[in-house]
Unconditional design. Sequence first.
Length: 181
Amino acid sequence: MRQKPSRAVYGLLAEFPNADSLCAAAKEARAHGYTQAEAYSPFPVEGLEEVLGTRRSWVAPATLIGGVLGGAATYFLQWYAAVIDYPINVGGRPLHSWPSFIPPTFELTILGAAVAAVLAMLIQNGLPQLYHPLFEVEEFELASRNRFFLCLPAHDPVFAPGPARDLLEGLHPMLLREVPA
């Protein structure tokens, strides 16, 4: 007898009416060993990051590094041009007149930090992402308006379709959908 090929699943998606029920569902999923659960809400929910166990952001260190590199490179470029490459004695001032180097150094420190922050944020968020399997669930567009979603992805080590469905059904969601991969 020939078996039907199983359909690939991205995970299970449950919809909740408010932030409190989403936090409670996330706590329950975490208690059952789900380490890669994903939560979606129309606004930041206090305490949800800790419940889901999200990793610390590396945007701030990248911003610092971008600022330091931008400032150091600008100062070095000005110093090299004024002292080494093309020294000009203007009004008897020293060749390494650091006060005149400060405004451009400051500006490019800010520019380097801003560019590094934007790039780090885009990389960490996985953007630009033109397609995600959750976009196939019609109700998911409400995540940006007034609904709260919890997704148990199939790539989580403890994911099994039956027990995951039972867990989510026990949390009494408004909607429970299987997300195709």
